[in-house]
Design a protein around this ligand. Structure first.
Ligand SMILES: Cc1cc2nc3c(=O)[nH]c(=O)nc-3n(C[C@H](O)[C@H](O)[C@H](O)COP(=O)(O)O)c2cc1C
Ligand code: SF4
Length: 429
């Protein structure tokens, strides 16, 4: 492991107050958390922390890397006193475990960040939204009274369960569920920072983003910028899936070479950014670093930090078809692109994976991809098309073999995790 990364096996401890890593992940119950970091460093008023967050250059770690200070400013100035803050720990992406690792190791950093974000935007309501199974396993509900007893929280925190679905963490789906509706996305605008939970301005930040915020509030923007790149400062949590099937979570300085994170021997391609991300050929990935600036020319982005090395003995076409089937089944089914486009794309990919597809399959896939893009209420069709296009591009040679009815893969074992989702795909074939 390079000096700019740190394993997250939740064992090693190191102070987060210096420039070393890990910053977020050393495990800490409340007593250790208070010993290490002290109480929540409130600033005493709405807006006071925003300058530090801007100077730190913190961006969201939930996938889109949106500048955090801009959302803080928008919510702080929207309708004072009516704002709500939500910590998003839904982690609907099946290949990602970084929020889970963080909530186990350092829940109080997340909860401190939630309080500080509430103060920064003047919110009187705070919600921690985490997957139901994680809520049980972390026993976070049981830890809240201890925080209250220490007088740490100025805003009461409600913990709410997110369904274990891909879309549950999309911010408008989250706002709908917390408002008492189903966890399905809605058309935007208005964005949730304008009208979110119960129609109020709602700040939604990924739980990792909140943990970084809690450290910036204590140690300052200069400390935060001591690692990372000038344009993309700090660290990010990554879920690393190696070709041997092992998976771990690592806290990584942005800008770390991918080759320091993944063993790229006997690997055909690397999936970067998760199931809304993109495949990159292994040889190209070996020369790239983990930053959006470095990945963008390869058609990829860091997303929520999933990096998966596909073993050379698997078929990228079969793997991609499996993921696309999953994504199509996970759509909320309320917009045209998801009702008809994604199932058609999934069925065509299944045909391609099975070998000997009809002559029109590639042309159909490319046409349908163009038809669904940008037409949904949320970005689910766009993310799915991004993944599809990268698969068609990176696995072009395998696709050629499949068109001849051959597959060169030595193993047909599935590699990437796909949960047992909705029970039927009968309508697609
Ligand atoms: C389909 C879809 C699923 C998403 N799932 C999650 C999720 O599980 N967790 C998360 O933090 N953000 C998720 N997001 C992003 C959220 O909508 C939102 O942008 C994010 O929580 C904002 O936090 P950040 O700025 O701190 O990253 C998802 C977005 C999309 C389009
Ligand atoms: S685009 Fe798809 S996933 Fe998004 S809201 Fe519409 S139907 Fe649901």
């Amino acid at each position: 492991m390079s000096p700019q990364t740190a394993s997250t096996t939740l064992a090693p401890q190191s102070p987060a107050g210096g420039g070393g890593l890990p910053r977020l992940l050393p495990p800490a119950g409340l007593a250790e958390h208070l010993r290490r970091h002290g109480p929540v460093p409130y600033r005493g008023g709405t807006g006071a922390l925003i300058g530090d967050v801007r100077a730190a250059g913190l961006t969201g770690r939930g996938g889109a890397a949106f500048p955090v200070h801009r959302k803080l400013e928008a919510v702080a100035t929207a309708r004072p006193g009516r704002a709500i803050v939500v910590g998003n720990g839904a982690e609907g992406e099946p290949a990602s475990h970084k929020d889970e690792a963080l909530l186990f190791a350092a829940p109080h950093l997340v909860l401190d960040g939630l309080q500080l974000a509430a103060e920064a935007v003047g919110a009187r309501r705070a919600v921690l939204y985490i997957r139901g199974d994680l809520r049980e396993r972390t026993r976070l509900d049981d830890q809240m009274p201890e925080r209250y007893a220490h007088g740490l929280d100025r805003v009461a925190v409600e913990i709410m369960s997110a369904p274990g679905r891909f879309l549950a963490g999309e911010e408008s789906a989250l706002a709908s569920l917390i408002s008492g509706g189903p966890a399905v996305p809605r058309f935007t605008p208005p964005r949730v920072f304008e009208r979110g939970v119960d129609g109020r301005p709602t700040l939604v930040q990924n739980v990792e983003t909140l943990a970084h915020l809690a450290l910036i509030a204590r140690y300052g923007p200069g400390w935060f910028r001591a690692v990372g790149t000038p344009d993309e400062p700090g660290t990010m949590l990554c879920t690393l899936r190696q070709a041997d099937g092992s998976a771990s979570v690592a806290e990584v300085a942005i800008g770390t070479p991918l080759a320091d994170l993944l063993d790229l021997r006997a690997v055909s391609a690397v999936l970067v950014g998760g199931y809304h991300g993109a495949w990159i050929p292994a040889a190209q990935a070996a020369a790239l670093a983990l930053s959006n600036a470095a990945l963008r020319p390869a058609g990829a982005f860091t997303g929520a930090g999933v990096l998966a090395a596909l073993p050379a003995d698997r078929c990228g076409v079969v793997e991609s078809a499996r993921i696309i089937r999953y994504l199509a089944l996970e759509s909320a089914g309320q917009c045209g692109p998801c009702r008809s486009g994604l199932p058609s794309i999934a069925a065509a990919m299944a045909e391609l994976a099975a070998g000997g597809p009809g002559p029109h399959v590639l042309r159909d896939l490319s046409r349908w991809a163009g038809l669904v893009e940008g037409r949904g209420a949320c970005h689910h069709p766009d993310g799915t098309v991004r993944f599809l296009r990268s698969a068609l591009n990176v696995f072009a040679a395998e696709i050629g073999q499949h068109q001849q009815g051959r597959c060169t893969a030595a193993s047909d074992l599935p590699f990437l995790p796909v949960p047992a989702g909705p029970s039927t795909d009968a309508d697609w074939s």
